[in-house]
Design a protein around this ligand. Structure first.
Ligand SMILES: NC(=O)c1ccc[n+]([C@@H]2O[C@H](COP(=O)([O-])OP(=O)(O)OC[C@H]3O[C@@H](n4cnc5c(N)ncnc54)[C@H](OP(=O)(O)O)[C@@H]3O)[C@@H](O)[C@H]2O)c1
Length: 238
């Protein structure tokens, strides 16, 4: 129970990596705010958590991260309910994949809204209260594609490069306030992401969402005087 008393907000908690993160952080005693669009899946995750850990506090706040007004409400209602958020996990993300010349404008815009603008707006909404308390952890789930690019994923990769640029810049602004910023860059992970890039026969040989959650937890549990800025995650024996 190493996170008892800490309030943790997880975006994209209805599925895949976010779901595993919520379960892992709950297991360590954190109070949780779960968000995504699909309320019934969030409630399913909430029930699982409450079943295995009846004593912690948990709030389900559905939001569509394409909508700035939903992000405002999410931050406001989280602060109203708990008084603070100690750990913000910006995990929600989407992937549309096609050759660079072929991706239509609509998916391009949605990629930027969900993968970059949403974590930026959520950070801006919650950071002032962290600065005031001189503590907090901001965690961003980027991707190996956001470091090295990926064939037929040029816009997705661009959004993850941008997310890393935002996170690294924020870190330079907030480390003086005792706030940590951690960027995770997983490789292919067995989730429904992008229509199932990690599904089928490969799924056992790539990262599991629980692997990503374990590594995120290890980074968050480091002594508060030190931080890891960025982690690249790969399966040991693909
Ligand atoms: N799986 C991989 O191979 C892989 C590799 C590297 C990095 N990543 C990154 O890991 C993160 C999590 O992905 P995953 O693999 O766990 O995929 P996933 O299972 O598809 O989960 C994506 C999550 O994002 C949420 N989401 C999507 N659009 C949203 C919106 N408009 N508003 C609110 N929430 C939204 C989804 O919830 P709702 O649909 O309920 O809204 C879902 O909970 C993403 O940032 C992804 O880029 C994944």
């Amino acid at each position: 129970m190493r996170l008892r008393g800490q309030v943790c907000l997880v975006t994209g908690a209805s599925s895949g990596i976010g779901r595993a993160l919520a379960q892992r952080f709950a297991h360590e005693g954190a109070d949780l705010i779960l968000t995504a669009r699909r309320r019934h899946l969030l409630e399913e995750v909430a029930r699982e958590i409450q079943h295995s850990r009846p004593e912690g506090r948990l709030l389900v706040l559905p939001a569509d991260l394409r909508r700035p007004e939903d992000i405002d409400s999410l931050a406001r209602e989280s602060l109203a309910a708990f008084g603070r958020v100690d750990i913000v996990i910006n995990n929600a993300g989407i992937g549309y994949f096609a050759p660079a010349t072929e991706l239509a404008l609509e998916p391009v815009e949605e990629l930027w809204q969900v993968n970059v603008r949403a974590p930026m707006l959520l950070t801006r909404a919650l950071l002032p209260s962290m600065i005031e308390r001189r503590s907090g952890t901001l965690l961003y789930v980027a991707s190996l594609a956001g470091k090295y690019g990926v064939k037929e994923g040029s816009v997705y990769a661009a959004t993850k490069f941008a997310l890393r640029g935002f996170a690294w810049s924020v870190f330079q602004e907030v480390r003086q306030h005792n706030i940590r910023v951690i960027v995770l860059c997983p490789g292919s992970t067995a989730t429904p992401f992008g229509g199932g890039v990690g599904s089928g026969s490969r799924s056992e040989r790539i990262l599991q969402p629980e692997d990503v959650a374990d590594i995120a937890l290890a980074a968050v549990l480091l002594p508060p005087t030190a931080t890891v800025s960025e982690l690249e995650l790969r399966p040991t024996n693909p």
